[in-house]
Design a protein around this ligand. Structure first.
Ligand code: ATP
Ligand code: MG
Length: 488
């Protein structure tokens, strides 16, 4: 028996246009996958996948003509894509797939809707709405996706050993969907049979490309509470494959009856805190701030020491952690540009604000932090607030208060000195011009002296004072101005 959808899921004009085109071409077309799932979950979804028992490209061309849209055709994949109003609609011919053991790339043949549903990853992702005239809006759900959706269950349509072995990316997708689809009202879990299969198939992960792994990590990190994905990956032994340094944070060592903080669960809390604080502040989601949260204590295992009398220490873990960031980014083929540098900077600086909490803190220490963090200071402070994970509510409150005091001090210093986006008023070009010298060590020394004097508060962050200091320093080095500056 078919269930007909009446909730307005197919109200968008594009669906009736696709239906008309398919009818004229004499082919059956369906909406399939994420859009159907998200309709039932009440999640906004702007990506529509249309599967057609025939040529996806031809149907796309017909629809594009009807709505005067531009269509992108991917001949090699047999797919086509067009934008219509707020939707991105992708068309593909129904296919039957079989796999070689050493590749995620299937051997593809034309197939029916049923063949196409069988190659899908999860029952909740295999549901389709019919766009055929005779049963427009009927839900085609051969594997009980709607039941699994209601129960919050991630299950494969085929034997999980087949589904996961054919394409091991699905193991990571299972974890991603279990995490990103979960809400406080409905928790998603992966069925035990699937988890057992994943444990058996871990060896298959080696054929995944780093880019696809990173893409899944990024999607996980962008959800409102990412930690369950990493906890599950750790439990299943996947994290050791993808991000061994993060897996190393797990566990507590004890000596002389003293244990240290469990750094993995702490990191998980910090990550979720960052997401919650972003939401509270109405900012983000900032993917790279979330990476910084994930990696902020990554240097701890390498710096861990037990010092008799003192206990466990992790001295310098921020420096070691910052050094590890580019290697971790490279290992996942994440960008090595300013995004990586931002993460590295936050990891490096994440302990600095706490050092400013004391009453005697000098303006120059505040100025230096503002200088080092630059325009990322607000993100750094958000990370610091998120890093407070004590179980003692009084301590938590006190630490947040301390950070607020630091933020007030920063606001005062900033108002006075405008260090936040500090640019040395004296540039190398200017020094060369005034003294008629070629690029040389002296230039760096003069620039550095000016920057240091401003940060130390010896001179104000102003042009005249900076220029005067430049002339004095240069004179000490035996440099004389030339041209119009010669009289200075
Ligand atoms: P989202 O777009 O939120 O990531 P989605 O379910 O739409 O979720 P897509 O990657 O856009 O995921 O894929 C669209 C559909 O294609 C899925 O719903 C699923 O049916 C199918 N699919 C995607 N990737 C795979 C895969 N690796 N194995 C099997 N089916 C897949
Ligand atoms: Mg999608």
């Amino acid at each position: 028996m078919s269930v007909t959808i009446t909730e307005g899921f197919l109200d968008h004009k594009v669906f009736s246009i696709v239906s008309d085109c398919a009818d004229r071409m004499g082919v059956r077309a369906f909406v399939i996958g994420g859009y159907v799932r998200d309709c039932f979950l009440g999640r906004p979804c702007k990506d529509v996948d249309i599967v057609v028992e025939g040529s996806g490209i031809e149907l796309a061309l017909c629809v594009a003509k009807a709505v005067h849209a531009k269509v992108s055709v991917y001949k090699n994949f047999g797919t086509a894509m067009l934008r219509y109003k707020d939707l991105e609609v992708e068309f593909v011919g129904a296919r039957k797939e079989s796999y070689h053991r050493d590749s995620r790339k299937p051997i593809v043949e034309d197939g029916t809707l049923e063949d196409d549903q069988l190659r899908r990853d999860f029952t909740i992702n295999a549901m389709a709405f019919s766009l055929c005239k005779e049963d427009y809006g009927a839900l085609v759900d051969p594997f009980g996706g709607i039941r699994d959706l209601a129960a919050g269950i991630i299950r494969t349509p085929l034997d999980p050993d087949t589904t996961y072995s054919d394409d091991p990316l699905r193991m990571l997708r299972a974890i991603r969907f279990a995490t990103t689809l979960s809400t406080p009202q409905r928790h998603f879990t992966i069925v035990e049979e699937s988890l057992d299969s994943i444990r058996r198939q871990l060896g298959r992960l080696s054929i995944l490309s780093k880019e696809r792994i990173a893409e899944e990590f990024n999607k996980i990190l962008l959800c409102s509470k990412p930690s369950p994905a990493f906890v599950l990956m750790e439990e299943l032994g996947m994290l050791h494959v993808f991000l061994p340094d993060l897996a190393q944070l797990k566990g507590v060592e004890t000596q002389e009856g003293k244990g240290h903080k469990e750094n993995f669960s702490h990191t998980m809390m910090v990550l979720d805190n960052v997401c919650a604080l972003e939401e509270e502040a109405g900012v983000g989601p900032n993917l790279w701030l979330r990476w910084a949260a994930l990696l902020h204590d990554i240097g701890k295992p390498r710096t861990k020491k037990f010092e008799p009398g003192t206990g466990w220490t992790f001295h310098g873990h921020e420096y070691i952690g910052a050094k590890m960031v580019p290697h971790i980014f490279a290992s996942l083929k994440l960008p090595l540009n300013e995004k990586m540098k931002y993460v590295r900077k936050l990891v490096l600086l994440h302990l600095r604000p706490i050092a400013l909490v004391t009453d005697e803190v000098t303006d120059s220490a505040v100025r230096r932090l503002l200088f080092d963090a630059g325009s990322d200071i607000d993100d750094l402070m958000l990370l610091c607030h998120a890093d407070i994970t004590s179980k003692n509510p009084r301590k938590v409150e006190r630490l947040h208060e301390n950070f607020k005091r630091v933020e007030q001090k920063m606001a005062l210093v900033e108002e006075k000195d405008r260090i936040r986006n500090f640019k040395n008023p004296i540039t190398g070009d200017y020094i060369m011009e005034v003294f008629g010298i070629p690029p040389s060590r002296e230039i760096a020394l003069i620039k550095d002296a000016v920057k240091e004097a401003i940060l130390e508060g010896e001179i104000p962050n102003e042009w005249d004072a900076a220029r005067e200091l430049m002339l004095r320093k240069a004179a000490e080095m035996g440099l004389k101005p030339i041209g119009p500056d010669a009289s200075c």
